[in-house]
Design a protein around this ligand. Structure first.
Ligand code: ME8
Length: 522
C-alpha cells in the first residue's frame, strides 16, 4: 500500500460565518492534499469546527440560544463553504461529536497517568477572543487602561480552581524536538518566534474551567470542563481513530508518520508548544510538521467586523468563479507570508494567467484542430528540435519543479513554474505558426498541433490540484482518460492510442471568460 499522508487544517470557531481567511487555509490544504493523492499517496485530509469554549458560550448567550444550536447553524456554513470551494476533505469533524469527547477524555487520562496533571487555583489573564492564557510580561496597555494580548485582543483577570498541565517539565524536551527536527515548525520566522518563547521558560498551563459548562467534561472532576484548546487539538487524533481504532491510528497517526498541520500564524504556539507536549505526555506519536501560514488582508488592511471589510468567500466565488478564487489565493500569496486581496488583483490574475496565458492557448489550439482537422486528433510525423525543447521544458516543470514545490508546501512556486511552461507554449505556437503551415506543410502542421495538444493536456493535469473543476473540464473535453490524470502518468504515452481512436474533438467553449471590474470596486 502507498505511504499514508495525513494533513489537517485548523478547526474553525463557528461563532460566526466563515471569512476569506478560513477559505484561504482550506483551499491551500486542499491543493496539497489533491497533489499528494495524484502522487499516489494514501491521503487523510481533515477539517472541521471547534465548537467549545467561552467564546462560543458567550456568543450563544448574546443571541439567546444554546451553544449547540449556534454550532449546528454555523458549522453548516463552514460545510457549505467547503462544498462550494470544491474542498476534497475526507472528514469534517465537529468537536461536539461523542467520539471526540471520548478521545479528549482518553488523552486527558493518559496525561494524568503520566503524572502531568494537578489541581490548583488559577489566577491570571485570559483572552476570550484568543481563548488563551497570557503571562503578565506578554501584555501591553490598550486604550482606557485595558490590557491587551500579543494578538491585540483584550484580556481579563481570571481566578478559579483549575487543573494544570506540567508544561514547565517539557521545556527541554521541546527544545530537543526543535533541534532534532528543524522542519517541525515552518516557516523559519515562526520557528524563531517559538524558540524564543520556549527558551524564555514555560509556566504550567491551566487546562480546565469551572465558570461555565460548555465543553468536554473532565473525567473524575465534577464541575470542570476542559480548556477548549485541550479538546480542540485532540480533534486530530479523533479523526485518526484514537483511542480505540488501532489500525486507523497505525495508518494515519504513526510514529514517524507524514503528518502535517496547516494553521494560521496566530495559533502556532498552541500547535508547536502545547500540542507536542500533550502528545509526549500521553506517549503518542508527534506530527512531522506544523506550518503557520500568513494572514490575508483586505487591500493591506486587517479584516475586522467593526471596519466592515471582512470578505465573504462565497460572494467572491459567485462573482469571480471558484477556480479563479483558488488560483488567485494560491498564486498571489507566498505560502507563509501575509497577502492582500482585492477585486482588482483577482480580476488581473485571472485574466492574465488563466485567461490569456493558458485559456487562450487551449482555445486557439483546440479550435484549430476542430476546424481544420474536423476534430480528428493530429498525427505526429517526426519531431523537430523545437518540439523536443518544448517537451523537455514541460517535462521538467510538471515532473520535477511542480511536485518538488508542492511537496515543500509552496503552491505559488509550483504555479510560477506552471505559468512559465504556459508562456513557452505560447511562444512555440507563435514561432511555429500552424496557420501558415496549413498551406505550406500540412504534415508539419499536424505535428505542431499534436505537440501543443499533449503539452496542454500535461499542463491541465499538473494544475488539477489548484483549479480542479476547470482543469478536469478541459481534460474531459480533450478526451484524456481519467486514469492518466496523475503526476506519475503525465507523460505523452496516452496520446497515440487516443489519436488513433475515433475520438472527435469538439470546438471548445472559453474556459475562463474575461472578468470585469465594476464601479463599486473603486
Ligand atoms: O483559531 N487570514 O479558529 P479560528 C488567514 N479554533 N488565515 C486566517 C485569518 C486571516 N485573516 N483569520 C483566521 C481557531 N485565520 C481555533 C483553531 S485548531 C485545533 C483550533 C486562520 O476560526 C487561523 O489562523 O479563529 C486558523 O488557522 C483558522 O483560520 C481558524 O481560525
Amino acid at each position: 500500500m502507498s505511504k499514508p499522508y495525513t494533513i489537517t487544517t485548523a478547526i474553525s470557531y463557528p461563532n460566526g460565518r466563515p471569512h476569506i481567511g478560513h477559505a484561504y487555509e482550506v483551499i491551500a490544504t486542499d491543493a496539497i492534499a489533491r497533489f499528494q493523492r495524484m502522487m499516489g499517496r494514501d491521503v487523510f485530509f481533515q477539517t472541521g469546527t471547534d465548537e467549545h469554549g467561552l467564546k462560543m458560550a458567550q456568543t450563544a448567550r448574546n443571541r439567546g440560544i444554546e451553544p449547540l444550536a449556534l454550532a449546528d447553524e454555523m458549522s453548516g456554513y463552514f460545510r457549505a463553504m467547503n462544498d462550494r470551494l470544491n474542498i476534497s476533505h475526507d472528514r469534517f469533524i465537529r468537536t461536539s461529536e461523542a467520539a471526540h469527547h471520548s478521545a479528549s477524555q482518553a488523552i486527558w487520562q493518559a496525561m494524568e497517568a503520566n503524572g502531568d496533571l494537578y489541581l490548583d487555583r488559577y489566577e491570571g489573564w485570559y483572552s476570550v477572543r484568543d481563548e488563551a492564557f497570557y503571562d503578565e510580561k506578554e501584555l501591553t496597555d490598550g486604550e482606557g487602561g485595558v490590557k491587551l494580548s500579543p494578538q491585540g485582543t483584550p484580556v481579563e483577570w481570571t481566578v478559579e480552581e483549575s487543573w494544570f498541565f506540567r508544561l514547565s517539565n517539557y521545556q527541554d524536551k521541546l527544545l530537543a524536538l526543535y533541534e532534532s527536527q528543524p522542519d517541525f515548525i515552518r516557516p523559519d520566522s515562526r520557528r524563531n518566534e517559538i524558540l524564543r518563547f520556549v527558551e524564555g521558560g514555560l509556566s504550567d498551563l491551566s487546562i480546565s474551567r469551572t465558570s461555565f459548562d460548555w465543553g468536554v467534561k473532565v473525567p473524575g472532576a465534577d464541575g470542570h470542563v476542559m480548556y477548549v484548546w485541550v479538546d480542540a487539538l485532540t480533534n486530530y487524533l479523533t479523526g485518526c481513530g484514537y483511542p480505540d481504532d488501532a489500525d486507523r491510528m497505525a495508518r494515519y497517526w504513526a510514529e514517524g508518520g507524514d503528518i502535517t498541520h496547516i494553521i494560521g500564524k496566530d495559533i502556532v504556539r498552541f500547535h508547536a508548544v502545547y500540542w507536542p507536549a500533550f502528545l509526549m505526555s500521553a506517549k503518542l506519536p508527534l506530527p512531522k510538521q506544523v506550518f503557520g501560514h500568513g494572514f490575508l488582508l483586505n487591500r493591506g488592511e486587517k479584516m475586522s467586523k467593526s471596519v466592515g471589510n471582512v470578505a465573504d468567500p462565497i460572494e467572491l466565488a459567485d462573482r469571480f468563479g471558484v477556480d479563479q478564487l483558488r488560483y488567485f489565493l494560491l498564486s498571489e500569496v507566498t505560502f507563509g507570508n501575509d497577502g492582500s486581496y482585492s477585486a482588482e488583483a483577482i480580476v488581473q490574475r485571472s485574466n492574465s494567467d488563466l485567461g490569456n496565458a493558458f485559456g487562450n492557448l487551449a482555445q486557439r489550439t483546440l479550435s484549430f484542430i476542430a476546424k481544420n482537422l474536423e476534430g480528428y486528433l493530429p498525427a505526429i510525423h517526426g519531431h523537430d528540435p523545437a518540439d523536443s525543447e518544448l517537451f523537455d521544458l514541460i517535462d521538467r516543470v510538471v515532473r520535477t519543479d511542480m511536485p518538488a514545490a508542492m511537496a515543500d508546501l509552496a503552491p505559488s512556486v509550483a504555479i510560477d513554474a506552471w505559468l512559465r511552461a504556459a508562456f513557452a507554449c505560447n511562444q512555440y505556437i507563435d514561432a511555429q505558426a500552424p496557420w501558415t503551415l496549413r498551406k505550406t506543410d500540412p504534415q508539419r502542421m499536424e505535428t505542431v498541433l499534436a505537440t501543443l495538444y499533449i503539452a496542454i493536456a500535461q499542463l491541465a493535469v499538473a494544475v488539477l490540484p489548484v483549479i480542479p473543476a476547470s482543469a478536469a473540464a478541459l481534460l474531459d473535453h480533450m478526451g484524456v482518460p481519467v486514469d492518466k490524470r496523475t503526476y506519475s502518468a503525465i507523460g505523452d504515452h496516452w496520446y497515440s492510442p487516443l489519436a488513433e481512436s475515433d475520438f472527435i474533438l469538439a470546438a471548445p467553449k472559453p474556459l475562463f471568460p474575461r472578468l470585469e471590474l465594476t464601479e463599486a470596486d473603486g
